[in-house]
Design a binder for this molecule. Sequence first.
Ligand code: C2E
Ligand code: CA
Ligand code: CA
Ligand code: CA
Length: 279
Amino acid sequence: AKRQGRNTCRIYEVSPEYAREHGLALRSRLRHALGNGELRLVYQPQVGTESEDIVGMEALLRWEHPELGPISPAVFIPLAEETGLIVPIGEWVLRTACRQAHEWEQRYGLRLRLGVNLSALQLMEPKLPATIFRALQETGLDPTLLELEVTESISIKAAPNLVENLRALHRLGCRIAIDDFGTGAASLDYLRKLPADRIKVDQSFVRNIGVDPDDEAIVRATIEMAHRLNRSVVAEGVETEQHLAFLRAEQCDELQGYLFCRPLPVVSFERLLAERQNL
Ligand code: C2E
Ligand code: CA
Ligand code: CA
Ligand code: CA
């Protein structure tokens, strides 16, 4: 399982060290990435724990640098956040992903849920709900099919508008998921204060199923707590049959990870849908 993780890293030529040294050049290049068509989205399926049917997908951003090749989001998302570029880029992500999800709904008649990641800067913008409302209207996607993923790394106190924005989006019908649950300092505070429908158990816990009994206990307790609060749970980073068996026994609602599928470009995702759902 770990082997796969390492392979994924190896496809990126640009190491975090390189990025630190050449940050300035990367930053200025990133400024033109959107206009130059260097950004694209891949989609990773989420499956029902029992059926293993595809029930949704998370949109994940990719940057293909013309000289350096693919650059990891772990490298360029922080740069996009520092420069504020994440706001226009994030808007493009929303629009592109919503258009794609609506097209799949029309074409295949499947009501797949679409997960989109939002960064702190976007969440602090007073006009975020209006931006998302417009994206939904222009693309035709049903708001209840859009799930906004918010990471716990954002401090509620330090982020003006965060709670108001999420409440407004929730009223629009969008779903809210707490991403990387358990890794921030504020997991429980998030659960109390944000209108969250779902929790995404962070892959650092899932990875240790079968390895570390403490992490297993945390996963088990997180699922139970979420269910008692009427929230559903998706586990990220599900890589092995052992992970799957454990998460099934604990009644985790949905799963996402390399065991089922890696993030896929549009054409491959469509091929998978056609195969898996007998379309
Ligand atoms: P994330 O939101 O936690 O996304 C899940 C990451 O786990 C993705 O990495 C995905 O490819 C990877 N993953 C999925 N299944 C497995 C598995 O079984 N094993 C392992 N080891 N990894 C798995 P990716 O695509 O490199 O994205 C990294 C992070 O970059 C994301 O973490 C998210 O925080 C950020 N990101 C990606 N796209 C966007 C975006 O459009 N907007 C914003 N604001 N952030 C994004
Ligand atoms: Ca996410
Ligand atoms: Ca995550
Ligand atoms: Ca993460």
